[in-house]
Design a protein around this ligand. Structure first.
Ligand code: PMP
Length: 356
């Protein structure tokens, strides 16, 4: 049985959170002399001399509308990376508790665990980049607080079988974090509609990918209210700046434009995959549900270097587990993809390895 109280660190259970001026007084007033702000104004045209809403309610109401999830079930982080960090700090006693990670996957789960001195148990994905369910069962013990599942997965691009994620949610008493950073590009449907079904589910999404707002640093967690309340207790009081909140709100009016980009990205992904597989230097193109493609090549390092010399940057993932020879390529505009393919077509097999 899932019991959040059993999972939380004692210091977090006992924590009295910081109470900011904007927590203590929320209404309208004539004169604000409660937060040691600059009473004369700011060098910017708007009210940037005032602290922002620590709970980002306007933004949450808008997201609630778009996502079909009540605002109390939403946490907003300074990028998904803050969400990851807050979860570790809430649940994992340093040096004692562990997290289960399934490499190859997004690198920050591991780095953030190391920063927080969380014990890491690695259960590699299978050859076809799916969860190794028997090995996962073996890896989990009474100190396992979290399992991260990235779906669609970075850097492999595939979605993780839904039934496996459901099996984890049903059988693991800790928290299963499903990172859906790339969900907008996937054929699979999101897990955010399942929050009432699974009290141990946290779904992460971000405005950095399909929404085109990587610079704003807005990441989201969707979960039961109990989990969200704990996360709010831990986060820095003003973790999302006024500028980020306003710009995100403004951007969220553009659902139609974003949907257009998603459609175009998916079309381009298929065009790019088909062109890549025709190149002699490409040995395999893995099926992608994301806005990037993982391709196994004859010589990842040499091809990467050659592309950089031509002013094109992709990601060399060849040193990552199960990804020998692989480059990860973000889907570009039609022109960018064409330039990439034409540039790659110039390479003769064997020529890059002689160069590097
Ligand atoms: N999750 C995954 C799977 C990612 O690939 C990335 C970024 N590459 C993130 C999360 C981080 O997103 P954010 O910009 O919201 O921190």
């Amino acid at each position: 049985m899932f019991d959040l109280n059993k999972l939380l660190r004692n210091n977090i259970k006992q924590l009295v959170p910081y109470s900011s001026a904007r927590d203590e007084f929320k209404g309208e007033a004539r004169i604000f002399l409660d937060a040691n702000e600059n009473s004369f104004g700011s060098p910017l045209p708007k009210d940037y001399n005032r602290y922002p809403d620590p709970m980002q309610w306007q933004l949450k109401y808008k997201l609630a509308d778009i996502k079909g999830v009540p605002p109390q079930h939403i946490f907003i982080g300074n990028g998904s990376d803050e969400v990851i960090d807050v979860l570790y700090r809430a649940l994992c006693n340093p040096g004692v508790d562990n997290v289960v990670l399934c490499p190859p996957t997004y690198g920050m789960y591991e780095v953030s665990a190391r920063i927080n001195d969380v014990v890491i148990r690695q259960v590699s994905l299978t050859e076809d980049f799916q969860l190794d369910m028997p090995a996962l069962q073996q890896a989990v013990d009474e100190n396992t607080k979290l399992i991260f599942v990235c779906s669609p997965n970075n850097p492999t691009g595939n979605s993780i079988n839904r039934s496996d994620i459901e099996l984890l949610l049903n059988n693991f008493d800790g928290i299963v974090v499903v990172d859906e950073a790339y969900i907008n590009f996937a054929r699979q449907k999101t897990f955010i509609q399942e929050l009432t079904e699974y009290p141990n589910l946290v779904v992460m999404q971000t405005l950095s990918k399909a929404w085109g707002l990587a610079a704003l640093r807005v990441g989201m967690a969707f979960a039961g209210e109990e989990i969200i309340n704990v996360m709010n207790k831990i986060k820095p009081p003003y973790n999302i700046s006024q500028a980020a909140q306003e710009l995100a709100l403004q951007a969220l009016e553009n659902v139609a434009q974003v949907n257009e980009w998603i459609k175009e990205t998916v079309v381009q992904r298929d065009v790019l995959a088909a062109s890549l597989i025709n190149l002699p230097i490409v040995l395999q193109v893995y099926p992608s549900d994301a806005n990037f493609i993982l391709a196994k090549t004859t010589d990842a390092k040499g091809i990467y270097q050659y592309l950089v010399e031509q002013g094109i940057v992709v990601r060399d993932r060849s040193r990552v587990e199960l990804c020998a020879g692989c480059l990860r390529i973000t889907v570009g505009t039609p022109e960018e993809n064409e330039t990439l393919i034409n540039t790659l077509a110039q390479i003769e097999v064997g020529s890059t390895s002689q160069k590097s």
